[in-house]
Design a protein. Structure first.
Length: 435
């Protein structure tokens, strides 16, 4: 069948229908650590973790919060953040105190705008043009020190790419990408980029965000793509402001990568003196035993693909750790049938969901090496991936299965409700073997 445009969605929990203009007519309802969202399975807190980087102390605090206040699990998001679910609504003050004590709330007024994804293997495997950790700490410091940045919505996304093109493919509002001659600043979804000196990259990103805030003042846009001109005029305005601020700027062109590839599960090759391992997390859900096993080994980097990279592992311990992580149910190699399988929270956690898509996804896992598949309980497709995948969406009639490439989807089939065997077979056929 002919391809059709795929409506946009995000990990945000809202009532708007997919594809509607996103204006802040009713206020920014995105959940945070201090603003809990009421879901069908209890209150939900979303903890922004810039770059997904957690010290062992911070990871332990998150595990304690899940155990004391939530459902006993950590839920990873498509932005490298963590969610706590099943919270009692009255736990807000105690939860905030626990997170603050661990350094996870550096600013109460900025905690929902700290949406920053970063190349999770940067500085570990010898690839990439530079280690983006200085950019990460610099940008977070500038965001938390900016009064105007509090006007950013809870969905506005920064991406810090070390040059390998992984998080550049995620469709962030502002992307800093390293290369051998400095930093490339991508404003919105276009191929035009602004080259700035690498030390100025965090300041350039903040100035670009402030330019967006001014451009969105009348329209109420949440993200750059929601501006009346879809952000077409913003790069020129950002360049003008950077020059006025004394930043050396030149214009460039770099197509955005089509596919965002997560780190391969297993040992991280090359580079760093200490070992690192990468794991996938089935459906992005970690019980406390899995979380403690991960976080006890070293620093964690949560990835935008609902996985984790453990760094700083003592020499000789990586293989034993991978064995233990595999035995706990995590994805530690290419042979796992769970590789590439994702789903939104679905029923019973979300009132808008039309199906228990997590149970359906588990019943339909197939051989490894297939196209990624993402199961959505409704048309919003919260947390869906980017690039190429099989899109399974629950509808009142059944499940619609489409093959998505970039921003277009070709409809493959519709399986009527009430036939799980046919649904599993149709999804397996659509995923096919990777070529």
């Amino acid at each position: 069948m002919p391809a059709s445009p795929l409506a946009a969605s995000s990990e945000a929990v809202t009532s708007r229908s997919t594809g509607d203009a996103c204006a802040r007519s009713s206020g920014d309802a995105c959940p945070g650590a201090l603003r809990l969202h009421r879901a069908d399975d209890g209150a939900l807190a979303r903890i922004r973790i810039p770059g997904g980087v957690l010290t062992s102390h911070q990871a332990a605090a998150l595990g304690q919060a899940a155990e004391l206040f939530g459902d006993g699990e950590l839920h990873l998001t498509s932005r490298g953040n963590a969610q706590l679910r099943g919270l009692a609504p009255e736990c807000g003050a105690e939860l905030a105190g626990l997170l603050d004590g661990a350094g996870l709330l550096p600013s109460t007024r900025h905690e929902r705008v700290r949406n920053v994804v970063a190349s999770p293997l940067s500085g570990l495997d010898g690839l990439g043009a530079l280690d983006i950790r200085p950019w990460l700490t610099g940008l977070d410091r500038l965001l938390c020190g900016s009064e105007s940045a509090t006007a950013l919505s809870g969905r506005f996304l920064f991406a810090l790419d070390d040059g390998r093109g992984d998080v550049d493919a995620l469709g962030a509002d502002l992307t800093l990408r390293g290369d051998d001659d400095g930093a490339l600043l991508r404003v919105g979804d276009g191929d035009a980029v602004l080259r700035v000196p690498s030390p100025e990259a965090p300041r350039a990103a903040l100035l670009a965000a402030e330019a967006f805030i001014d451009a969105a003042r009348d329209s109420g846009a949440w993200r750059i793509k929601d501006l009346p001109d879809s952000g077409a005029a913003l790069p020129a305005e950002v360049g003008r402001r950077l020059r006025l601020a004394g930043v050396t700027v030149s214009d460039g062109h770099l197509p955005r990568p089509v596919e965002a590839l997560p780190p391969a599960p297993g040992p991280v090759p090359g580079g760093a003196p200490e070992a690192a391992v990468s794991v996938g997390v089935p459906l992005g859900r970690l019980d406390l035993a899995q979380w403690r096993l991960l976080s006890s080994a070293g620093e964690l980097r949560l990835t935008p693909w609902r996985g984790a990279v453990v760094t700083g592992i003592a020499p000789g311990r990586a293989e034993d750790l991978l064995t233990a992580l595999s035995e706990s149910g995590l994805i530690t190699g290419p042979g796992s049938p769970w590789a590439g399988v994702g789903a939104c929270i679905g029923q019973p956690g979300c009132a808008k969901s039309l199906a228990d898509v997590r149970a359906e996804a588990g019943a339909a896992v197939g051989p490894a090496g297939r196209l990624p598949v993402y199961w959505s309980g409704c048309e919003r497709r919260c947390g869906h991936p980017h690039g190429e995948w099989i899109d399974v969406v629950a509808t009142p009639e059944g499940h619609r299965i489409s093959h998505v490439r970039g921003d277009r989807a070709a409809e493959a089939s519709t399986v009527l409700a009430g036939d799980p065997a046919a649904l599993g077979a149709a999804v397996a056929a659509a995923r096919g073997p990777r070529t």
